[in-house]
Design a protein around this ligand. Sequence first.
Ligand code: GSH
Length: 325
Amino acid sequence: MGLLVEGQWHTDWYDTKATNGRFKRKDSSFRHWVTKDGSAGPTGDAGFKAEKDRYHLYVSLACPWAHRTLIIRSLKGLEDFISVSVVNAYMADEGWTFNAGNEVVADFINHKQRLHEIYTLAKPDYTGRVTVPVLWDKKHNTIVSNESSEIIRMFNSAFDDLGAKEGDFYPKALRSNIDAVNEFVYPNINNGVYRAGFATTPEAYEEAVTELFEALDSVENILSKQRYLTGPSITEADWRLFTTLVRFDAVYVGHFKCNIRRIVDYPNIWGYLKELYQVEGVAATVSIPNIKEHYYASHDMINPTRIIPVGPMLDFTEPHGRDAL
Ligand SMILES: N[C@@H](CCC(=O)N[C@@H](CS)C(=O)NCC(=O)O)C(=O)O
């Protein structure tokens, strides 16, 4: 794991000394938007019009943020619009690479071996972390965005006039509700597991793990009364929670010490997780072996032997029992 400083690669891990052992995630740096007519989006420059086969997505199958983009790409039927490369699950001194390995899809667009070379193609003096997902513009040879929450909003609507599948995961009437759920789920749950797992003091870990399980308890309560987080229909808020839940028992319980309860111990969250997994097109985006390999093998400061646990046995295809709600 490393980062770029003025276009040069450095092999540094996250520095938590300045923050009393607390892990702080940095904001993303490329914030342009693909739009229907190429006009500017809420941030960044104009010039990124939705067009068939113009954009390429770089993802890791292990990464929960990248996973969101794969799910919305699949639900909106954008496979023929947006091509994909998949990095190697193992992330070490070179950061994310396209080295041969399980489920790797090479960089057949820019023919690079490491993801940081994609960042310096877009910005030769780039300084910052080199993260997935990355949405690449094949026409202007640059990065449109490396912020998953914005990439899923683009996929949700920008390609609708070009033949994307129906479905709106950020409907106008629910936006304030969705935003409120996201603001709660992101720090406490999506990033909460990382705050627990990457903490380097007991205090920072205990703070994060307590907040994480209080938040999961409150999600369990919400899901005991309604089918999805914002009511009777699935929205982006559900997909954003899903990518953390599907990794939870396999990785976060053990590797990140998020072990007060497991997801299978929460009857409503467990049923909800299985239901979302069973939505058409979603299961194919989930690779538990890839997820386990990435976390357990890459974070050797947490797991120095790099041994990948065999269990747990999880069956996301069991009946979910959520129809009654
Ligand atoms: N805000 C970003 C976060 C993405 C992110 O942190 N991805 C992780 C993988 S799960 C990564 O690539 N980390 C590499 C690093 O920080 O060096 C997003 O949601 O798109």
